[in-house]
Design a protein around this ligand. Structure first.
Ligand SMILES: *Cc1c(COP(=O)(O)O)cnc(C)c1O
Length: 373
């Protein structure tokens, strides 16, 4: 899905027309042309931001690290989804934050459970610095939050005076259904810090992501970023700006989405065909991942060596995505990279492994509050 030909053309033109700029340092905030293009790009989703509310980052992972640096002191509380994006948990852990998980169902984070968690924290005199969420085709679960859950989150964030960090790399990879509005767009960005990236739509090799926040927050982020890398690469920023200006990304999205939709369908079909009863999985409407839950008592971390050595198939174990130590019976599967044939064969092998280790009774022991179909 990488736009190799387009990148060749754009890169050649940049070196011909603007080499002096593209090969210099950029400003820490980012190439102004790229920030203007990003403002235009996000406007299609109802996100209104001007150039000064946008910071270009070296991938959105840097954005997460910056958020950790400017907001978190050791012992601070961060609220996260169960499960949540592993590399964000790593950042918050490195800041020695205390992470509190809130379960999701197929509509997103459960508002009543979040209300409970925030009330409990308030009773202990604790206020989370922010609530970190991946509301569209979440990595790892593939779940998308409904608009109602998004509004519920903002209402609680206002009530308990905390922020929302909305990490949204997959929004544009939608296969079907209507897109709920970004959380950022629902409160005009008053309490939301929004992150996105070209890694999942163009290619991760550019290392171009961005953040949207209020100007006083951007100012703090810029100071922190200056000490890390001075600026994101001017060269790949120029490329990204040109890819947007020429509407190349816009025109490619349907192509990319069609590829991943076919692969998702192949994985869902294979799971349906191969998996024994008692195994559950999500049916994402977009993105790159789905989430499989084995019957209670099974342990995907314990099974992984046998999966790799005997079946030559791999997955990401669920516990790494859980701030609360749960997720033993879960795994993340990725349908974006393997071919449809590899997906078929991989699921066949995985099912064989599961079948071999199935507990004798696999009745309905799956708790109501967890992610399932
Ligand atoms: C891939 C991913 C990122 C990081 O992407 P880069 O822009 O490549 O750093 C951040 N958050 C989530 C949820 C991701 O899946």
């Amino acid at each position: 899905t990488f736009p190799v030909t387009e990148l060749q053309e754009v890169t050649r033109d940049i070196l011909a027309d603007q080499a002096h700029r593209a090969l210099q340092y950029s400003t820490t905030e980012g190439d102004p042309r790229l920030r203007d293009e990003l403002a235009r790009w996000m406007a299609k989703d109802g996100i209104t931001a001007n150039r000064d509310q946008i910071l270009v980052t070296s991938g959105s992972q840097q954005g997460l690290d910056l958020v950790g640096r400017i907001f978190l002191d050791p012992g601070d509380v961060v609220v996260v989804e169960l499960p949540s994006y592993m590399a964000a948990l790593q950042v918050f852990r490195a800041c020695r934050a205390e992470m509190v998980g809130v379960p999701q169902d197929e509509e997103g984070m459960q508002t009543d459970r979040l209300a409970q968690v925030l009330a409990d924290l308030a009773r202990r005199g604790r206020r989370p610095k922010f609530i970190y969420v991946v509301p569209d085709f979440q990595n790892p679960s593939g779940i998308t939050w409904t608009e109602e859950r998004r509004r519920g989150l903002l209402q609680l964030a206002a009530q308990y005076d905390t922020l929302v960090v909305e990490d949204n790399p997959y929004r544009e990879i939608r296969f079907e259904g209507m897109a709920p509005p970004p959380i950022q767009s629902l409160d005009g960005g008053a309490r939301t810090i929004y992150l996105s990236t070209f890694s999942k739509t163009l290619c991760p090799g550019l290392r171009i992501g961005w953040m949207v926040a209020r100007e006083e927050v951007i100012a703090q982020l810029v100071t922190a970023k200056q000490g890390m890398d001075l600026c994101s690469p001017a060269f790949t920023q120029a490329i990204a700006a040109e890819m947007l200006r020429r509407d190349i990304l816009y025109r490619r999205l349907p192509v990319i989405t069609a590829v991943y939709r076919r692969k998702r369908d192949a994985m869902l079909r294979a799971l349906q065909r191969e998996m024994p009863p008692g195994v559950r999985w999500t049916r994402p409407q977009g993105g790159l991942f789905l989430w499989v839950r084995l019957p209670a008592g099974m342990d995907t971390e314990a099974l992984l060596p046998e999966a790799v050595e005997r079946e030559r198939v791999a997955y990401v174990v669920g516990s790494g995505f859980h701030a609360d130590g749960g997720g033993q019976e879960a795994m993340r599967l990725n349908f974006s990279y393997p071919s449809e044939e590899e997906i078929d064969e991989g699921i066949r092998r995985l099912a064989r492994l599961v079948q071999r280790h199935l507990p004798l009774s696999t009745s309905s022991t799956i708790p109501r509050t967890t992610v399932s179909d």
